[in-house]
Design a protein around this ligand. Structure first.
Ligand code: AMP
Length: 391
């Protein structure tokens, strides 16, 4: 999902610029002001409740705004993203928006702040009042709206500045000029976005083979927790002694260590376009950990590729692998292979369910040829990179 909010004083050109963004990114547009005006016109209960406040140029209550936004989101459940105009308009509404988007497993990608000063805003609003007859575009109400803007709305900027997704745009210029500025800023911000893909599947399902190939092709970082642990051991890194202790006992390396190493690996790649995770998350706890880790970087899981290979094929592949230099210890007998596959299914199936509920899982049929599989995978990554899901 790509969610954007248009911000700026009344008259900044939010409504005008919204058309371009809606078309370009295929977004569902919600203008709280427009909805309220329609409610007023139809003299609905909500409209009547808000009438006096709007006519004074003050802000209507958060309760009313939340009702409007929730209804709209519910009616547009399949939207590719939302473009908010006139919301969030108070510091509290910024929190409300965060909460509403968490419910959609998403968040706000950027707040586009279209900057114009009060003089310019007043000039434009008076003209709009004459052209469109909008009743709140008259000198007295305009003054109140600008007062409300400075007092209540401007603090929203601090919220997003702190979060790191505030984008400032100079709002003075022709409509196409400002559109270009918006387009460039959004594209620039999108190009900095990570895509995060979980390669999910049983041992032998091809995650590593294709993961490494995709990482090289798309300039992504392939992260295999198994490989990271091996590397830490062979490099005699800071956690190597502890890792060895657990491995010698035949037990799993605790999450505390795995997470530290994951964090290090992510931090090593500040310019990454994205990450392909293999072998992590294996448990629900690790799924939550990964969500948290990515959120810290203002991002989230974009998609989960499920390598769906029939069990008999897996057994045959692993048995063959057992005879090569890539053999894993459990590849040595059919019995241990079956045991490993069973363990995978029991331990990780909840993780797959978790992502399925979020509608993030794409299945890759194990019956496809190698070429077909790779083509399909390239398409998936390409789509992710261009559409770029965002937090
Ligand atoms: P607008 O069309 O965005 O300028 O909104 C017109 C009027 O609707 C404002 O002056 C407010 O009274 C009301 N309004 C619109 N959006 C909000 C909001 N998010 N919170 C409170 N009041 C709003």
């Amino acid at each position: 999902m790509l969610n954007i909010a248009l911000f700026g004083p009344p008259g900044a050109g939010k409504g005008t610029q919204s058309e371009y963004l809606i078309k370009k990114y295929n977004l569902a547009y919600i203008s709280t002001g427009e909805i309220l005006r329609n409610e007023l016109k139809s003299e609905s209960e909500l409209g009547l409740q808000a009438k006096a406040v709007i006519e004074r140029g003050e802000l209507v209550s958060d309760e009313i705004i939340v009702q409007i936004i929730e209804k709209f989101i519910l009616e547009h459940q399949n939207a590719k993203g939302f473009l908010f105009d006139g919301f969030p308009r108070t510091y509290i509404q910024a929190y409300i928006l965060e909460g509403l988007l968490i419910k959609l497993h998403s968040s706000l990608f950027a707040l586009l702040n279209i900057n114009i000063d009060d003089k310019e805003a007043t000039k434009r609003l008076i003209k709009r009042g004459i052209d469109s007859g909008r009743s709140d575009d008259n000198v007295k109400v305009i003054e109140n709206r600008l007062v409300a803007y400075h007092k209540k709305t401007v603090p929203v900027l601090d919220f997003y500045k702190e979060k790191g997704n505030l984008v400032n745009i100079d709002g003075i210029g022709s409509i196409p000029e400002i559109q270009n500025r918006i387009s460039e800023s959004v594209e620039k911000a999108l190009s900095k976005q990570w895509i995060n893909v979980v390669l999910y599947g049983a041992p032998g399902s091809g995650r590593a083979t294709y993961g490494k190939k995709l990482a090289a092709k798309f300039n992504l970082v392939y992260i295999s927790t198994g490989d990271i642990l091996d590397k830490e051991l062979s490099n005699k890194g800071q956690f190597s002694q502890e890792i060895e202790k657990y491995m010698n006992k035949g037990s799993h390396v605790p999450d505390e260590i795995v997470v530290r190493l994951l964090e290090q690996r992510i931090a090593e790649k500040p310019k990454a376009k994205g990450f392909l995770f293999k072998g992590f998350p294996r448990t629900m706890i690790q799924a939550y950990i990964l969500d948290g880790l990515l959120r810290k970087h203002h991002t989230n899981i974009s998609t989960v590729i499920n390598f769906n290979v029939p069990t008999l094929d897996l057994i045959s592949r692993l048995e063959k692998r057992g005879k090569t230099k890539d053999a894993m210890p459990y590849d040595k007998s059919i019995e241990s292979i079956v045991q490993r596959l069973r363990e995978h299914e029991q331990k990780t199936s909840l993780v797959l369910e978790y992502y399925k509920k979020q509608e993030k899982v794409i299945d890759i049929k194990g019956t496809l040829s190698k070429e077909e599989t790779y083509t399909k995978l390239k398409q998936i990554i390409n789509k992710e990179l261009t559409q770029n899901h965002s937090l």
